[in-house]
Design a protein around this ligand. Sequence first.
Ligand SMILES: N[C@@H](CCC(=O)N[C@@H](CS)C(=O)NCC(=O)O)C(=O)O
Length: 194
Amino acid sequence: MILFYYPAACSLADHIALIETGLPYRHLSINHERKTEDGRDFLSLNPKGYIPALELEDGTILTENPVILNYIADRSGKLLPADGLVRWRALEALAFMSSEIHGSYQPFFRDFPEPEKLRAREKLARHFSILSGQMGGKEFLVSDEMTIADCYLFWILMVAPKSGVELPVNLQSAFERMRARPSVVRAFAEEGLA
Ligand SMILES: N[C@@H](CCC(=O)N[C@@H](CS)C(=O)NCC(=O)O)C(=O)O
């Protein structure tokens, strides 16, 4: 499998999940001309132009972060229970973070006008408070076992400072615990991050 990524972008969640599950993978970055590190035209692989994209062994390309994370969990039998409430809570949290929170980061990625940033900050503060309540004193977001939701949560929390919204204490601690995991340390090294 090949993970197409930009350093420090939301593909970091999939990168961490691949390492955590032990599935074999390669990681190839995309440059500003949308060429892959192995010289292919990324838009012809993924016309959406976004990362993450995952190329399977038969050349099939999967896109959309929640789907790629689900695929990694399904292939490995790790990071998502096969049934039970933890599974549904993890998928629910993944959908919430990918649609509501990632979406609310747009004004800070693209330097939108201040009123839009203000609205986004208000929304993010509410959303972080919901995640904080859900996490409570647990080790991970939906359970004491790590799930794919935590891989995505890590990236969401890493980017939060760009918005200027302060993280609740338990989310900040979760971020620091995740940052120290060997999978995260390795993903950072492989993406050339400090
Ligand atoms: N709906 C997509 C969104 C992915 C996305 O927004 N990726 C960003 C990086 S975090 C990207 O590739 N942006 C490049 C661009 O907008 O040209 C998903 O959930 O996978």
